[in-house]
Design a protein around this ligand. Structure first.
Ligand code: TRP
Length: 454
């Protein structure tokens, strides 16, 4: 093979910076509204157990695979996959994992930035007291007004993309690493503040019942797929984000231990977010709505009529914005690393170019709910599981054993065998099922099977 060995990269400097940056990627909008809500909907504690199993059996092994491929390839996901495929004697088409990842990142960033823009809009809106004392109808109207206001959405979406581009342009160590070291502690502090408030003033018991009382009768097969799909999204897997970050991880750090810490932190944030949000919702006799409605209508109704709601509300939207920002930078990094490592563009022009594409995508999302939904569905339900499936298969079946040994050498032989089994068989099966179910193929199969049986 004619590939020159990849040049060693300047790393994160410390393993903890890598952990904070990857946790920043993982902790995002998904943790704060999606996890608490799908948990309440799908059987509380029973769902949490299934979700934990998915994190353990699929999420952590695939995350280890991504970190490993990134650190072994030492470059952006596309070129890492190209060199690793070459040095392992595998087909060059494996680099498609990287290409689909760059695309998925831009698609997710397009709509993610619009939602993040709403969160930014709500910081001054809440802090100025414009919602204080408002009744439910007025709060709902305010959100509907924002959604109909293309201009405001454009301003906030632009501000969010601009922040993302600036951080990425500053580079890995100062930009991504510096942001993670500064903002992640703020995020944790805000979350604890909200938890404290909910403990003191919210209906904590009701929230605990909603989130944790195990009702196995509400746990359908569909719920298991929801848990698996979410385990994937929340850990930022399947598009090379963690692979791109892995390229900057210090060579002596343990991949398994690091992946475990990131997964635990991400899960803890999701659980604590639920325990911070639902006590407020229930204390105000509100229904736990889904998705954006929970963050931008239900919670603001509670903030509008509680003591200190001005501060707690502002803290909440600040938390949401920070969580979104540290995730957004990981959506852009694979593409920017790829363009700038090819040597044709510096980091700044590469960030501007790709940020500009996501900015245009976001504008399309602002003006068309259909574009919004198509981008979300294609990236989240098709490209991410497909990417994750291929990453697991490549790491499990194709990667040269000596590379595996070099990267996972600290694992005991037993754990190493378990990891192999998980990435070779269990993760591909699980993620494959998620993919089939989102393409509708699973339903077709079930109809066909029941037809064949009866
Ligand atoms: N994990 C983030 C969340 O929970 C979203 C995210 C950031 C992501 N980067 C990603 C999802 C890469 C998939 C792939 O909101």
């Amino acid at each position: 093979m004619t590939h020159t060995p990849p040049a060693p990269r300047r790393g994160w400097v410390s393993r903890w910076t890598f952990i904070l940056a990857a946790t920043g990627s993982a902790v995002g909008l998904g943790n704060i509204w999606k996890f608490p809500y799908i948990t309440g909907e799908n059987g509380g504690g029973a769902f949490v157990l299934v979700y934990l199993a998915c994190i353990l059996l699929v999420g952590i092994p695939v995350m280890m695979a991504e970190i490993l491929l990134g650190r072994a390839g030492r470059r952006n996901p596309i070129d890492s996959m190209r060199t690793l495929a070459a040095s392992s004697g595998a087909h060059p088409l494996w680099r498609l994992i990287g290409i689909s990842g760059v695309l998925a990142g831009l698609m997710i960033l397009s709509f993610y930035s619009v939602i993040a823009g709403w969160a930014l809009d709500y910081i001054p809106r809440t802090a100025s007291g414009s919602l204080a004392g408002a009744n439910a109808a007025a709060v709902a109207e305010a959100f509907a007004g924002l959604q109909a206001d293309g201009h405001s959405q454009l301003v906030w979406h632009t501000a969010f993309i601009a922040m993302t581009v600036i951080i990425i342009a500053f580079g890995v160590s100062r930009g991504i690493g510096g942001t993670a070291r500064t903002l992640m502690p703020v995020l944790f502090a805000l979350l604890l503040l909200l938890l404290g408030y909910s403990l003191a003033y919210g209906d904590f018991e009701h929230a605990v019942r909603f989130l944790f009382a195990a009702d196995f009768s509400r746990l359908s097969a569909g719920a298991v797929l929801v848990a698996l799909g979410h385990a994937f999204f929340t850990l930022s897997l399947g598009m090379g984000a963690i692979m791109a970050y892995g390229a900057y991880m210090p060579p002596q750090a343990s991949i398994a231990g690091t992946a475990l810490i990131i997964a635990v932190l991400d899960t803890a944030v999701a659980l604590v977010a639920g325990l911070a949000i639902f006590p407020l919702v229930f204390a105000h006799q509100l229904a736990p709505a889904a998705g954006p409605g929970l963050m931008f209508v239900t919670l603001p109704i509670a903030f509008a009529d509680m003591t200190g709601g001005l501060y707690i509300g502002t803290a909440f939207f600040l938390l949401l914005s920070i969580a979104a920002l540290t995730s957004a930078i990981s959506l852009l990094e694979p593409g920017v690393a790829w363009l700038s490592e090819r040597g044709r563009l510096g980091r700044l022009p590469a960030s501007l170019l790709l940020g500009g594409i996501a900015w245009l995508g976001g504008i399309a999302c602002i003006h068309s709910g259909t574009v919004f939904n198509i981008l979300d569905f294609t990236a989240t339900n098709l490209l991410l599981p497909a990417g994750g499936l291929l990453i697991a298969l490549f790491a499990g079946w194709c990667l040269r054993p000596s590379l595996l040994q070099a990267e996972l050498g600290d694992l005991s032989p037993g754990l190493s065998r378990i990891w192999r089994l998980l990435v070779r068989v269990i993760a591909p099966l699980g993620v494959g099922l998620v993919l089939l179910s989102s393409t509708g193929a699973l339903n077709g199969l079930r109809i066909w099977l029941t037809g064949a049986v009866t």
